[in-house]
Write a protein that binds this ligand. Structure first.
Ligand SMILES: Cc1ncc(COP(=O)(O)O)c(C=O)c1O
Length: 383
């Protein structure tokens, strides 16, 4: 049985009808940019994420740029980022006129390494830092990051593009953040019907600055107190996201169930997976299987042969990207991020996945793992 890596068409009964009715209403009211739908979604987001406030915007990359600009980052500044993330984190820093410094990740949780981060702050004197919550959980040292940055008056922006629904010590992961960003790209845990994003945080004045920056720096309709750009959320996106929030509970439960089942079944086969550290309830965004790099091509061949989709999120670290060199202001370590990039293989995981699809994936995985075991273990073997 062929299984896609992700399938966004598995709508719950009644979802499409409700959505089409909303489209009709919004079209009749021409509430296309901003407006009451966006305001209502921002209110729901604020409650759902247990934060002080939320500002919708055009996408998760803009959300990072808005947060960086609102935190005062500009020309010539240095910003610390983890070496394992999506390229948008790097781009956002550069697009603000600043230069990224990459910090290696901790192989315990695959998030930015706190001890290296502390060293990087001393060495590079950054203007701000971005902590990415990668794979649907966050750092085991999240509280240390937050406390350290607060004491140093170092703005810490949490890139929560992949973290919707993730809980840390019983609370939304966004709750303790000064400023955090979200992506609602359709493949995310809460995905929209197009590109969309949000900035959330606790300080109303900073969020107001975010809102202004994303609306041409407006202070009045034709008075501009800041130079920003257009990053407003569309009414259709806000309506689709509000509707999707009604379905979030069961979707999250399904994702978490498959994430846990993969971890258990892969462990039984002696195959390593990345896992959230204690204190986290993950959102099941992706499966993160770790294959010794020399075995990964054989795994791919077996999965291709079975028609099983997979991802490699992400196949290269930030500091080794072709475009990085001209912009990097420094790097601290990077071996772990590179090892992760060479080893990661993501198996199908999405909210509407069926049990028979999961078993079909596992049949292919058992074959791939059997083949892997017949070869002598290589240098890159995961313990
Ligand atoms: C960690 C991370 N940051 C930022 C982004 C950018 O979000 P968007 O695609 O909505 O611009 C993504 C999207 O995949 C992401 O995974």
């Amino acid at each position: 049985m062929a299984v896609p890596f992700i399938d966004l068409q598995r709508f719950e009964p009644g979802f499409v009808e409700r959505w089409l009715n909303l489209c009709r209403e919004i079209t009749a009211g021409t509430q296309f940019v901003g407006g009451p739908r966006v305001a209502a979604f921002e209110e729901r987001l604020t409650a759902e994420l247990e934060v002080g406030g939320a500002v919708g915007c055009a996408n998760g990359t803009d959300a990072l740029q808005l947060a960086l600009r609102a935190a005062g980052v500009g020309e010539g500044d240095r910003v610390l980022i983890p070496d394992a993330t999506f390229w948008a984190t790097f781009e956002a820093v550069v697009n603000c006129g600043a230069r990224p410094v990459t910090v290696d990740v901790d192989p315990g949780d695959w998030q930015m390494d706190f001890e290296l981060f502390r060293q990087a702050v001393e060495r590079f004197r950054p203007r701000a830092a971005i902590l990415v919550h990668l794979y649907g959980w966050g750092s085991a040292r999240l509280d240390d990051f937050r406390t350290f940055c607060r004491r140093r008056h170092l703005p810490l922006i949490e890139d929560g593009a992949q973290a919707f629904g993730c809980r840390w010590r019983g609370e939304s992961i966004y709750r303790g953040a000064e400023l955090a960003t979200i992506s609602f790209y359709p493949a995310k845990v809460l995905g929209s019907c197009g590109d969309a994003g949000a900035v959330v945080g606790r300080d109303a004045a900073v969020l107001e600055r975010v809102r202004r920056l994303g609306n041409h720096g407006r202070t009045l309709h034709y008075e501009h107190g800041l130079v920003g750009w257009n990053s407003r959320m569309a009414g259709l996106d806000a309506a689709y996201l509000s509707l999707s929030l009604d379905y979030l509970g069961p979707r999250l439960a399904a994702r978490r169930r498959f994430a846990a089942r993969y971890r258990q079944r892969l462990a039984e086969l002696g195959v390593a997976t990345a896992a959230p550290p204690p204190g986290y309830e993950e959102n099941g965004y992706v499966n993160v299987t770790l294959i010794p790099p020399e075995e990964r091509p054989a795994w791919r061949r077996v999965l291709d042969g079975h028609g099983v989709g997979y991802g490699t999120i992400y196949p290269g670290s930030m500091s080794e990207q072709p475009a990085a060199e001209g912009f990097l202001a420094g790097r601290l370590g990077g071996d772990q991020a590179r090892r992760l990039a060479r080893s990661v293989l993501n198996l199908p995981l999405f909210a509407g996945m069926r049990d028979d699809e999961f078993e079909a994936v596992m049949a292919a995985v058992e074959e791939a793992a059997g083949r892997g075991r017949r070869r002598p273990p290589g240098d890159g073997a995961f313990s």
